[in-house]
Structures are given as C-alpha cells and as structure tokens.
Design a protein around this ligand. Structure first.
Ligand code: NAD
Length: 253
C-alpha cells in the first residue's frame, strides 16, 4: 500500500529521539519532507537530519523550538513554509515523564508537565490549524498520548496521565471543530516503548511492565510509528477524533 506521502511536509515535535525519531525516519522513507523539531542535542539532531536526507533522498531539516513558547512555534511554521511552501502533517510527539507521587509534587512541577504535554499540543495545533484555514488547505494532526490517559498512572506520574487524558479530549474537540475544513485530528496511545524516556523505568522494573503487557514485550518505537504514518496518510481520511491504542494489549478498552 502506497501511503502517498511523497512530497508532503511533516513537522514532528521532539523528533530527535525515541518515537519522534522513528516517525521522522518512516516519513522520510515514505518520501515526505520532515521538519525535525528539537530542544536538546543540536549536534545529534543535525547529524540525524543529514543521515535521513542522504539515505532516503528527501529533505529533512532540524529546527530548534520549545513547544511551550508561542514565538518558537510561529518561527517553525514560518520556516517550514519558507522551505517547502506547504505543511501537511503535524505530529505532536514531544513530551516529558518525570516520576513523583502527588504528595511530594511541587506545584511548579505539576504546572510544567501540563504545560509541555497538554498546553504545548494546544499551542502547536492551533497555529497549524490557522495556517491551513488561511490557505484553505487540508491537513492531519496526530497527537501522541499514552495508555496512562485511560488507566491513570500506576507509578508516580499523575500529572503526566492527567495531561495525556486532556490531550485525548482535546483531540476529540478539535477534530469536531475542524472536520468541516478537511482537517483530521487523531491520537495514538503507546503502552511501553524502548526510548530514552522509559530507559530508567525499564532498567528498574521491566518485569513488572511485562506482566501488564499481554504480548509480553516492550515495543520498538518503529512499531508505533507505522500507525502514525498511516494516520498521517490519505488512507486515514475517514478517521478523525479517534485514539488508536498500540500497546501490545496493555490497554484494551
Ligand atoms: N516511552 C514510552 O514508553 C512512552 C509510552 C507512552 C507514551 N509515550 C509518549 O511518546 C512520546 C515520545 O516520547 P519518547 O518515549 O520517544 O521519549 P523521548 O524522551 O525520547 O522523546 C521526547 C522528546 O520530546 C522533547 N521535548 C521535551 N520537552 C520539549 C519541549 N518543551 N519542546 C520541544 N521538545 C521537547 C525531548 O527533547 C525529546 O526529544 C511522548 O509524548 C511520550 O509521552 C512514550
């Protein structure tokens, strides 16, 4: 099946590592141009962008930007348009997952986690939607959530779970608002993937996670990226407002 992503432009937030990097690679492999947004590891992200461009013959560009800063997002959208003349796909992937039980959680930490995982998704989505509306263009937004959005946290991530739950309902609300304009908004809920975010938790308690996963293994990021690429494609034109679970059965609902 040809996903028909050739020549399209995708922005992937937090695209320099983990799931974001797997999504960037799959998009590049499918012939899309990719804006790899990053906030850390500038040198590594530039190398990664060159590697993708050389390997797949598409154009992959790293762009710095903090998704909690409106001016950074405006800059990314402006530069993406200058480079490619179009934006077709936004993957709101950037996120953080600190561990802290509620009783010990500084108010500032709560606010910061909501700001990155929930408000950042709103700030970026709103701006890309306005970009599309002003050009009468169609587009696809894919938000990365988590099984925790439905289960709640089991190990000290109440702020994270609350933020991801918020992104699920934001996805539904925005999907309804923009459906008349040919803009689809969906979400993907991973369970446990092997990425920098989960490495400490997995080294502490991989067996405990495996017990909760009927398929009895931790996902490689690429296994989640396949669903994201599908949702970004015209093969998913009839899907909007949905959250697709890719959890090895960790979440069944
Ligand atoms: N790893 C897992 O098991 C797992 C499970 C469920 C959901 N997720 C979700 O998958 C997504 C990707 O996470 P990952 O596992 O690849 O971890 P990761 O830490 O490799 O990736 C997260 C990326 O977001 C970036 N980021 C953080 N704050 C940012 C900001 N303010 N602005 C721009 N970028 C920022 C980080 O620098 C990093 O590159 C996240 O939304 C995460 O919540 C991960």
């Amino acid at each position: 099946m040809d996903l028909n992503l050739k020549g399209k432009t995708a922005i992937v937030t937090g695209g320099g590592s983990g799931l974001g990097a797997a999504v960037c690679e799959l998009f590049a492999q499918e012939g899309a141009n990719v804006i790899i947004n990053y906030i850390v590891d500038e040198a590594g992200t530039f190398k990664f962008a060159d590697y993708l461009s050389d390997k797949y013959g598409t154009s992959c560009i790293p762009l710095y930007g903090d998704i909690t800063k409106a001016e950074d997002i405006d800059n990314i959208i402006e530069r993406a348009h200058d480079f490619y003349g179009r934006i077709d796909i936004l993957v709101n992937n950037a996120g953080v997952w600190p561990t802290r039980f509620v009783k010990d959680m500084p108010d500032e930490e709560w606010n910061r986690i909501i700001e990155i995982n929930l408000t950042g998704t709103f700030l970026f989505s709103k701006r890309v939607v306005n970009y599309w509306l002003s050009r009468r263009a169609r587009g696809k937004i894919i938000n990365i959530v988590s099984q925790a959005a439905f289960h709640g946290s089991t190990s000290g991530h109440a702020h994270y779970a609350a933020a991801k739950g918020g992104v699920v309902t934001f996805t539904i609300s925005l999907a309804r608002e923009v459906a008349p304009f040919g803009i689809n908004v969906t979400a993907v809920a991973p369970g446990m993937m092997r990425t920098p975010m989960s490495s400490e938790a997995l080294s502490d308690r991989e067996d405990a996670y495996l017990e909760r996963i009927p398929l009895r293994r931790i996902a490689e990021p690429r296994e989640i990226a396949y669903t994201i690429a599908f949702l970004a494609s015209d093969k998913a034109d009839y899907i909007t407002g949905a959250t697709i679970d890719v959890t090895g059965g960790m979440l069944m609902r």
